[in-house]
Design a protein around this ligand. Structure first.
Ligand SMILES: Cc1cc2nc3c(=O)[nH]c(=O)nc-3n(C[C@H](O)[C@H](O)[C@H](O)COP(=O)(O)OP(=O)(O)OC[C@H]3O[C@@H](n4cnc5c(N)ncnc54)[C@H](O)[C@@H]3O)c2cc1C
Length: 483
């Protein structure tokens, strides 16, 4: 027994929701699109799970954060999918895929066939067992990837108010969960092997600011070591964590955020895998022309970096989802995905945004003491390739996005460091001219020379894109939203 659809989206997360909206906007007929998801609910804004969902007062709950509210668009409720004739196959895991036959076999035994498949299976949280530590199934050990995890985390937090938690991992899940635990009146110790938090993105100087901020909220840091085992009571509950440095930390609960692994397994041996993800081209098309991939599971060409990357960020999933639908429905009008990587986080009263890439020389600027507004630029081969900013205004976030998108030329790093945010805000783009006369872009400061790309129209389009990213980002920050 089976059903057949023109388009099938495998996975019902962020990318699926944004792709569904784009399909409807561009016009599909009822019954053409099917979304298959292991989760029991229609797509939602996953970032809410470590933010608004964990608040002790007035927490975010579905249906309030179904996609696409995170991009200030329509909220797609179950009714919306029904009204648009989109078949939602929920609480259903796809067990195997056959890209030659264009079929998917579900956990209920149904074979669903497609003409075009979009793989949006995201990623799963890495488990401690994969690092040789047992105990993940203890009732007070929590992970955070999906709604079920978040619901469980809330229950465990609520039963441990006034108690202590050990957070394993210093990435954004660890940092955001630690902040939520503190807000829920739980004493937190963070344990991670690196020398500083958010080591994949932050410089030691940036990390140091946030660690001091967290310490001021009562968070304790144990760095440079890892968990080796749990001590459990007779009921199987964790009561302490043992560390490699021989420290033992008592714990009423444990939260584990040690990274993710993209859900590629259904397609290994059938599609080309690169850098841990399904390799796609600029139209998000895989090595099989009927199969596309987007979101955390896809490795796609990032034009700005001149190489393929797999990004684990919600903005990338949303925009790639829109792009893939355009590429499928209007192939002649759709070029390659041209994306400026953007990542953000909000913890306590802090709010930061990052654009581009964190490679090369770093220039720090701003007030790292008060923490009002500070940031960093990454410079590679004489160009600005990445920007980070804490506590910026709309214009300031727009400015760093624009400067990064344009890969502003850095002639004098010391001067850029001195100018700080002023370097980015000084960059103004001249309106496109039919016959570009010069290779220079005017800046408000004569000491800054931004070599205009020869393709002026590309640059201008880039600015428009960057400005809209920044406008969206600002809206995000200003509303102090919870997803
Ligand atoms: C708690 C949390 C907080 C986050 N916060 C931020 C943030 O602040 N900023 C940011 O930029 N990013 C953040 N992210 C990352 C962001 O949410 C992801 O990048 C984004 O969700 C990726 O979207 P996706 O559609 O690729 O995957 P997902 O949203 O993970 O969706 C994948 C879906 O596929 C389903 N699925 C997988 N395999 C199968 C199968 N075999 N059969 C059926 N269904 C399947 C899954 O159940 C899931 O529903 C956060 C992530 C988490 C977990």
């Amino acid at each position: 027994m089976g059903r057949a659809f023109v388009y099938v989206i495998l996975g019902g997360g962020v990318a699926a929701g944004y792709a569904a909206l784009e399909f409807v906007k561009r016009g599909i007929s009822p019954g053409e699109l099917c979304i298959i998801s292991e989760e029991p609910v229609v797509p939602y804004e996953r970032p809410a799970l470590s933010k608004g969902f964990l608040l002790p007062e007035d927490p975010a709950r579905l249906p309030s954060f179904h996609t696409c509210v995170g991009a200030n668009q329509e909220r797609l409720t179950p009714k919306w999918y029904k009204e648009h004739g989109i078949e939602m196959v929920l609480s259903t895991r796809v067990k195997s895929a056959d890209v030659r036959r264009k079929t998917l076999l579900t956990s209920t035994g149904e074979t669903i066939s497609y003409r075009i498949l979009i793989v949006a299976t995201g990623a799963r949280a890495l488990r401690l067992e994969e690092f040789g530590v047992n105990g993940s199934d203890a009732p007070n050990v929590c992970y955070l990837r999906n709604l079920a995890d978040a619901t469980r985390l809330v229950e465990v937090m609520q039963s441990n108010t006034g108690g202590s938690a050990v957070v394993i991992g210093g990435g954004y899940i660890g940092m955001e969960c630690a902040a939520s635990l503190v807000i829920n009146k739980i004493n937190v110790t963070m344990v991670f092997p690196e020398a500083h938090c958010m080591a994949r993105l932050f410089t030691p100087q940036i990390s140091n600011y946030y660690e001091e901020f967290y310490k001021s909220k009562g968070v304790n840091f144990v760095k440079g070591t890892v968990l080796t085992s749990f001590e459990m009571d007779s009921t199987g509950k964790v009561v302490a964590v043992r560390l490699k440095d021989e420290n033992v930390l008592s714990a009423d609960m444990v939260v584990v955020g040690i990274g993710i692994r993209p859900n590629t397994s259904l397609f290994e041996g059938q599609l080309t895998i690169e850098k841990g993800g399904i390799k796609v081209n600029g139209r998000m098309q895989s090595s099989n022309s009927s199969v596309y991939a987007v979101g955390d599971v896809a490795t796609f060409p990032v034009k700005l970096f001149g190489e393929s990357r797999r990004l684990e960020h919600v903005d990338s999933a949303r925009k790639a989802a829109r792009h893939v639908v355009a590429a499928i429905l209007e192939p002649d009008k759709t070029g390659d995905f041209d994306y400026l990587p953007f990542f953000y986080s909000r913890v306590f009263s802090c709010s930061w945004q990052f654009y581009g890439d964190n490679v090369g020389e770093v220039l720090h600027f701003g007030d790292y003491t008060s923490g009002n507004t500070f940031g960093a630029y990454w410079i590679s081969k004489g160009r600005l390739v990445g920007s980070f900013l804490e506590g910026g205004t709309k214009e300031e976030y727009e400015a760093i996005a624009r400067a990064t998108r344009l890969k502003a030329k850095i002639e004098d790093p010391a001067e850029v460091e001195r100018l700080g945010l002023g370097f980015a805000t000084a960059i103004v783009e001249e309106p496109p001219s039919p016959s570009p006369p010069s290779s220079l872009v005017h800046t408000a400061n004569s000491s800054i020379v931004l070599e205009k790309p020869i393709y002026v129209w590309h640059a201008t389009a880039g600015v428009v894109v960057a400005a809209s990213i920044a406008a969206f980002a600002y809206w995000y920050g200003r509303k102090r939203r919870r997803w």
